[in-house]
Design a protein around this ligand. Structure first.
Ligand SMILES: N[C@@H](CCC(=O)N[C@@H](CS)C(=O)NCC(=O)O)C(=O)O
Length: 202
């Protein structure tokens, strides 16, 4: 499989999942501004939506959208226990968290990429994100992972968004359970490998 990604983007979650699943893969790093790889390969020819992650499967199909890609990877490697089994109630909890991270955190961060966004809007955005991290922290104050005792791809997806907090003036140290969770995820061997492959620090 081939993962189109941009460094330290939401595609890091899919990259980590591939590492943790132990699935062979290659990486195609794109430049956000041009949507091209260093070889001139165009992301737009793979994903007309122009976003990473985009996963090219071995049969040539392309899968996009983090929540779909993460579940697909988890299902390809059940022994890695990255998601509750399909059909179990836990799987719907996973979907609940993946959608929360995708729409209530990740997409809210995207407002900071809007040129000339009014400062009041950005302040409101910080408040909205903070409220949502406070909610995740409350959950993580009672259990080690978002789904309870078991790690899942939702934990890495949340972790990936916490990496962006500092850049928008949010200090996750104000939520000790969230900071503990982020540190635990960052220490996972598959995460360390993915970060190194993207040239990132922990
Ligand atoms: N709904 C998509 C959103 C993906 C997304 O927004 N990716 C960002 C990087 S974090 C991107 O490629 N943005 C480029 C653009 O919007 O032009 C998902 O969850 O995978």
């Amino acid at each position: 499989m081939k993962l189109y990604y941009a460094a330290d983007s939401c595609a890091l979650a899919a990259h980590i999942a591939l590492e943790e699943a132990g699935l062979p893969h290659t990486l195609a790093r794109i430049d956000h501004a041009t949507k091209l790889t260093a070889d001139g390969d165009s992301l737009l020819s793979v994903n007309p939506k122009g976003c990473v992650p985009a996963l090219v499967l071995d049969d040539g199909q392309v899968l996009t959208e983090s929540a779909a890609i993460l579940q697909y990877i988890a299902d390809l490697a059940p022994a890695a226990r990255l998601a509750p089994p399909a059909g179990s109630f836990g799987r719907y909890r996973l979907a609940e968290w993946l959608n929360f991270v995708s729409s209530e955190l990740h997409q809210v961060f995207m407002r900071f990429t809007i040129a000339d966004a009014p400062p009041a809007v950005l302040a409101g955005t910080v408040q909205k994100l903070s409220n949502r991290y406070a909610y995740a922290a409350k959950v993580l104050g009672a259990q080690p992972y978002l789904l309870g005792d078991d790690y899942s791809v939702a934990d890495t997806f949340l972790y990936v968004t916490t990496r962006w907090c500092k850049s928008v003036g949010i200090d996750i140290a104000q939520w000790p359970s969230l900071a503990r969770h982020a540190a635990a995820i960052a220490a996972r061997p598959g995460v360390v490998r993915a970060l190194a492959a993207e040239g990132l620090g922990g």
